[in-house]
Design a protein around this ligand. Sequence first.
Ligand code: ADP
Ligand code: ZN
Length: 300
Amino acid sequence: MTERIWAGIEGGGTKFVCLLGVGPDDVLAVGSFPTTTPEETLGAVTRFITTHLDGRALVAAGAACFGPIDLDVRSPGYGSITNTPKAGWSNVNVVGILRERLGVPVRWETDVNGAALAEQRWGAARGLRSAVYFTVGTGIGGGAVIDGRPLHGLLHPEMGHLPVVVTPDAAGAGVCPFHGGACLEGVASGPAIQARAGRPAERIPPEDPIWEEEARYLAFAAATVTYTLSPQRIIFGGGVLKQDHLLPRIRQQFQALVNGYVRSPTVTDALEQYIAPPQLGDRAGALGALALALDPDLAE
Ligand code: ADP
Ligand code: ZN
């Protein structure tokens, strides 16, 4: 019998990462391709897959992609990136192109829902039914898995744009193209920190008060999702979290904000488990896409 194989693709604003494998510990090939034009990048991805099959039968593919994306299977735009500022990618039907070139079913999610799914199945939230994943980098994104399934609704969660209470300084220097300094991404992304501090976040020393402020904004987000989604774990990753003093500060600020109101032992006695670092690193998005490919039950 021909061996079977699955593909997981993470579509990011700077690169696409593609895995071929049969599970998280059994990845047979990994490729990475710069995000240029849809034709070039998706061409490179599909060529990578077809040339690495090595006689195996591709069963299905998953794609976890930057957005906003259309996830509504009843919509004519299903499978497309919608109105992205990323030049050339608006209204590109990624699922349609991949399906046509690979000849297999293609399942589809946001990049951060994909990362949340991978962390929930195989990483920092393994064994739990629900988790939220935030990435704090060039932008901020948040994904959620609730009861084992990536969360959708009207569209998909946009937790990077949660409104937060900000200082006047942060409000004035906010960088979100839609909300200025009135949302999380506007005040707490890497570029927002840089806009306020006048130098890149990686060059700001740990004792600078800007980190306490950063922790407060991220704690607002953690409190908001705790109250609204009640996840069993909240994971913070992305370039800005390379500041390893930041996660303990987020926990502290979270505790101060919530003030004993959430009466779960996880929050009261094991906060370092509730607010946790990721475990799958750069591969989380692509592994989430692989999980989608492997599990037809996740398709709507
Ligand atoms: P992207 O979001 O583009 O996928 P990253 O998650 O690496 O990529 O985020 C890049 C952002 O993270 C930049 O704004 C950068 O300033 C910030 N960053 C990268 N490394 C660090 C660091 N060690 N400390 C603080 N901020 C960092
Ligand atoms: Zn915003």
